[in-house]
Design a protein around this ligand. Sequence first.
Ligand code: AMP
Length: 323
Amino acid sequence: MNKQEYLLAIDKEIQKADSIVILRHELPDPDAIGSQIGLKKIIEATYPNKTVYALGEMNDDLAYIGTMDSISQEVFDASLIIVNDTANTPRIDSPYEVNPSEVIKIDHHPDRDVYGKISYVDTTASSTSEILCQFVFSENSPWKVNEEVANALYAGIVGDTGRFLYPATTTVTFEMVSKLLEFPVKISEIAYHMITNPVSVSRLAGYIYQNMEISENGVAITILSQEQLKEFGVEEHQTHGVISLPSTVEGVHCWCLFVEQPDGTYRCNLRSKGPIVNEIAANHGGGGHPLASGAVVKSLEEVHQMSEELNESSKKFLASLNK
Ligand code: AMP
C-alpha cells in the first residue's frame, strides 16, 4: 500500500467508529503529545459527530500542547484505538489493556514490534506529527486541519527535530511546516515552552557540564543517582530537559544520561552525532533511532558496560572518518 492508500484505510476505520481513543508512548515528549492531540483535533474537525479521547499519563510541562481525557473501561472497549509514536507494545501508555492486533499504529520509529491491524511506519519522517501533516495536506485528503491541529503538529515537529537541528529534518519537514504556518501557529510561545527549564533543572544542567565524563573517543557519560535528583529537587521526568546538553561540547560525538530509578535500575538516554547507538540500546533490551535511543539497564555494572560499548562504537566511527 502507498501512503494515500494507508490514509484512506485509516480513514475508513475512523468512519466506522463512533468513538476513537488515541494513545502514545509512556513518558511522552512533544511529538507523542503533539501527534496525539493533533490527530484528535483532525478527527474532531473532520467528523464533528464522533467522540475522540486522548489518554495517558502526562506532566504539566506538556499541557501547553493539550490535555488528556479520562474514560471508563466500557467506553474504551467500544472504541477504535489508534497508537501514535510507539515502536513497541510495552511502551504504550494506556489506562486499560490494549489488544495490539486490533489497533491502528502510526509511527516514525523503526518497528520493534510489528503490531496493529493497520500499521503505518515511515522512518524517513522526522516525527509522527510530520506523518500526520503528510496525511492531512495530501491531495484530496479526507481530513481537515485547523488552528488547533496546526499548533499541536508544529509543536511535535519542533520537539522531535530539536528545533530543526537533527538530521531527520528534511525538505518534507520544511514543506509541512510551511503549510502549518498558513494557520496562526504560536511559534515563539511553543519554542519558549521547549527551552524554558525550572531553576532546579537549570542548576542540574550546570552540574552536568561540570561533571560529565568525556572519554578519549568523545563519549560523554553522566550518571545521576536518586539521591542527586532529590538534592537538586528534580523529578525523574524533568531530566529529559538535560539529555541533549553534551551535544554542544566540542569533541563529543555521542553521549548517554543514566538516571537511577527508585528500584535501582537505570534509565539510559543515548544520543549521537555519528556513532550508531540504537544497536547498543537493543543489546540491553531497549531500542530507538540510530542517533537517539533508550533502554533500562539493571545495575551500575551494566551502566559501565554500556558506556564501554558506546566508547567502542565511537572509536569505530572515528576510525571510519580517518579512512
Ligand atoms: P528517550 O531517550 O526516552 O527520549 O528515547 C529516545 C528514543 O529511544 C525513543 O524515541 C524511543 O523510540 C527509544 N526508547 C527509549 N527508551 C526505550 C526503551 N526502554 N525501549 C525501547 N526503546 C526505547
